[in-house]
Write a protein that binds this ligand. Structure first.
Ligand code: AMP
Ligand code: MG
Length: 403
């Protein structure tokens, strides 16, 4: 095959350029939100522990708290019972304390023996059946975090785990970046929304629904600008009303040969870059601005929209929100297929994992969204590459891209 034509931009170059543009236009406003409402938001300031975690040493087991120097082979009497949530007395010398998981260690005690390894004698005394190591089964104060530790960095996306951690530190509110406002529009004379009658020549608008939900999952505020006909004045009028947005995201109308109304408006009243990407499905992508508002125009075929949004626009949006980790986790898996048509664009094939191998949907047409509904993710096939079954391929799960 011939090399990548100079006019085709490699995917990583486009990604790098978009990330740089995003870093030059960060969302700087922050807000304080309750942790119960912070899921999916981006932490704008590091989360610093204001206490030791745990705040005091406590038992990791149901058992008996002892002091090493009292262990001389003789049974010990039980001088107190310590439940979680209570405040113990100092341990009396020559005794042990009954203790339960999560209960504070009594002063003077330094180790815990689990209840399975003791014998409780008829008179209530406890015989230790095994050697007790110093500090065994004791969770030390500050073992998880020390007061002053940075527990979460700025730029972390807050999911259930991060929020659970914040809660363990007693934090009721977090400072997060404000949501990025994305105006979403679908261009195309042929489009109608579900619920309307389908007249001859028309198709239902799937991209609007696909992207709307996806944007919301990414923590964006969506301004739904609906369907815009392929008409210069209507495109201009639509863009004019979107000055509030941080990004205008449009689909359709960027194919080669098509009357490119979005591009025309951007050229006249803003800025326009038309990229031809070495990506399949995909290829044409518009990046520009309209009256100071950033604009990304994705190709309209649903699988192209999915791939270019998932691999490029998603990362751009997250980076603008201040997210540091924007690269989806992926894994090398054996191909459950062979590939003989090496191309000059990097291909993203809708694939499923079956028995640990990536198998392809039988129809990889860019117009087909059903392929993605069937699939678990995308197999990345580098440019100029043929594959034999069993060769390793990069697999990017949709779960990584969608959230
Ligand atoms: P375009 O990028 O406008 O040339 O569109 C390429 C193909 O995608 C055409 O077959 C369009 O009908 C289709 N298409 C464009 N926008 C949408 C949309 N929002 N939903 C479904 N299909 C679309
Ligand atoms: Mg169109």
């Amino acid at each position: 095959m011939s090399g990548v034509k100079p006019s085709l931009m490699p995917v990583e170059q486009a990604l790098e350029a978009l990330l740089k543009l995003a870093e030059n236009a960060p969302i700087q406003d922050v807000e304080s939100v309750l942790i119960d409402e912070a899921e999916g938001r981006v932490l704008a300031e590091p989360l610093v522990a204001t206490l030791d975690l745990p705040p005091w040493p406590n038992s990791a087991m149901d058992g008996y708290a002892v002091r090493q120097q009292d262990l001389n082979g003789e049974p010990l009497r039980v001088s107190q019972k310590i439940f979680a949530g209570t405040q113990p007395e100092p341990l009396e010398p020559g005794s042990c304390a009954r203790i339960f998981t999560g209960a504070p260690m009594p002063e003077n005690a330094d180790s815990v023996e689990m209840q399975e390894h003791v014998e409780v004698l008829g008179d209530g005394r406890v015989r230790f059946l095994e050697a007790v190591r110093l500090e065994q089964h004791v969770r030390p104060q500050g073992g998880e975090a020390r007061q002053g530790d940075e527990v979460l960095a700025a730029g972390v996306r807050l999911g259930p785990i991060e929020l659970g951690l914040a809660a363990s530190l007693g934090v009721p509110r977090l400072t997060v970046s404000r949501k990025i406002k994305v105006a979403l529009l679908s261009t195309g004379d042929e489009l109608v929304d579900p619920g309307a009658t389908l007249n001859p020549g028309q198709i239902y608008n799937s991209n609007r629904v696909l992207l709307r939900h996806w944007l919301q999952r990414l923590g964006c505020e969506v301004i739904d600008a609906g369907i815009v006909p392929d008409d210069l004045n209507k495109v201009r009028a639509c863009l004019t009303g979107l000055g509030e947005a941080d990004l205008i995201l449009s689909t359709g109308g960027v194919s080669v040969g098509e009357a490119d109304f979005l591009g025309q408006v951007l050229r006249e009243e803003g800025e326009l870059n038309l990229w031809k990407l070495a990506i399949k499905p995909g290829k044409p992508l518009t990046y520009g601005s309209y009256r100071g508002v950033a604009v990304i125009g994705l190709p309209g075929n649903p699988a192209s929209t999915l791939v270019t949004f998932g691999l490029l626009a998603r990362a751009y949006l997250l980076r603008r929100m201040g997210v540091s980790e924007v690269e989806p986790l992926s894994a090398q898996v054996p191909a459950g297929f062979s590939w003989t048509k090496a191309g000059n664009r990097r291909e993203y094939l809708r694939a499923r994992l079956e028995g640990g191998r990536a198998v392809l949907y039988y129809n990889q047409s860019s117009s087909i969204l059903r392929s993605a509904a069937w699939a678990d993710g995308l197999v990345e096939l580098p440019e100029h590459t043929c594959l034999e079954e069993g060769d390793p391929v990069r697999f990017i799960p949709f779960s990584e891209l969608l959230g």
